[in-house]
Ligand binder design. Structure first.
Ligand code: GLA
Length: 386
């Protein structure tokens, strides 16, 4: 499911007149459980998709950054590395340029580059197409300029690029997933210190599948709602006198809600985050004890919490979940930032066709655009491919 590195290298050569020094790939992700916990210092559990952003890159030493994408019509964009200004660019080029900006701001001598990108990660589907773009460029520059940065360090720099340069207040999950995931595993990540555990997650071996249903409803993080939820969570932590909502133990949730008094909206946000962290821990325990089917109900609880307490679902996402469960799925939930994008569905292999058909028919009956359904296999994180 990745662009062939050969065709990306060939296109690079046509554009820039010589072969690239190398080609790198970085995946999109789905999140199994742990939503809107990453900016609360909590737990997440994403895995990498087979869909990747691929970058052919060569170094330059003259301060020029040239960017081109196979996915966005238009000529090569030419920028100057020491004239990159946060939030001055509203186009796709802000993601790779933001990475160069963040690396240079952190003191790394990145003196320019020629970059050609091509991605198979669906854009606007909540599958981290932006993080894949950032991470693939960061990894390429890390290798080419010999920066010696580890995956989690690249993820931090990419998050900074997105927060400050692009201007989207996202957490650290997507970039870490793209940089650090391993094939056949989900990544149990503590977003407070970025400590990680790779959890074996081979559904096919157990006769199950995980479907991604892209509702084709476009989400956008920078458009307010994500930031509002984040600010509400920060307010909750401040009212409780804590650094982050991660610090509210699940057993003390009721007491914490009591202390929040009549702050109804903050109470709902806090309840989601605290119960969601506990759900991630439950899913890890179930997977590690071989009770994979038992994660289904935990995913469903997570969806209800995002819909009712965090209030970031939408009719299309709810329809996927309700229809899939009625058609026999083991579990289902929205994944990613919300307000559209994708849902995941855990399903017995024998039920894949029936569940897919049920969801497609329900969308048609509701008059929604037809969804894109595909199977997600836990795939490799960012790597050099050529
Ligand atoms: C988006 C953000 C992530 C995370 C999720 C919600 O994908 O980029 O940092 O907050 O939403 O879990």
């Amino acid at each position: 499911m990745s662009e062939t590195s050969g065709s990306v290298a060939e296109r690079f050569e046509q554009l820039y007149g010589s072969a690239p020094e190398g080609v790198w790939a970085a995946p999109g992700r789905v999140n199994l459980i742990g939503e809107h916990t990453d900016y609360n210092d909590g737990f997440v559990m994403p895995f990498a998709l087979p869909h990747t952003a691929v970058a052919a890159v060569s170094r330059r030493d003259d301060g020029v950054l040239r960017l081109h994408s196979a996915d966005v019509p238009g000529p090569v964009a030419e920028l100057t590395v020491d004239a990159l200004v946060p939030q001055s660019d509203k186009r796709w080029t802000a993601y790779p340029a933001g990475v160069v900006w963040a690396l240079r701001e952190a003191g790394h001598a990145v003196t320019g580059a020629d970059v050609h990108l091509a991605s198979t990660v669906p854009a606007g589907a909540g599958l981290s197409s932006s993080a894949a773009l950032e991470v693939v460029v960061a990894l390429a520059l890390n290798d080419l300029f010999g920066l010696g940065l580890r995956g989690w360090q690249l993820a931090r720099l990419c998050q900074r690029a997105e927060n400050v340069y692009v201007g989207a207040p996202v957490g650290i999950m997507d970039q870490t997933a793209s940089a650090c995931c391993e094939s056949g595993h989900a990544l149990f990540l503590d977003t407070r210190d970025l400590s990680q555990r790779q959890i074996p997650f081979d559904l096919a071996a157990e006769g199950m599948r995980l479907l991604v249903v892209d509702t084709r409803v476009k989400h956008s993080h920078s458009e307010g709602e994500y930031g509002k939820r984040r600010a509400g969570c920060e307010k909750g932590a401040a009212l409780l006198g804590m650094d982050a909502l991660r610090d509210v133990p699940a057993g003390e949730l009721d007491a914490a809600l009591e202390r929040l008094g009549d702050e109804e909206e903050v109470r709902r946000l806090v309840r989601h985050v605290v119960t969601e962290d506990a759900r991630v821990e439950r899913v890890v325990r179930l997977l590690e004890s071989g009770e994979t089917r038992a994660i289904g109900p935990v995913l469903v609880e997570g969806h209800a919490s995002l819909r009712d307490d965090f209030r970031i679902s939408c009719p299309e996402l709810d329809l996927v979940v309700d229809t899939a469960l009625a058609a026999g799925a083991l579990g289902a939930r929205m994944t990613g930032g919300g307000f559209g994008g994708s849902a995941i569905v855990l399903v017995e292999e024998a039920d894949v066709a029936a569940v897919t058909k049920a969801v497609e028919e329900a969308f048609a009956a509701a008059g929604f655009a037809s969804p894109r359904v595909f199977e997600a296999v836990p795939s490799a994180g960012a790597r050099r491919v050529r």
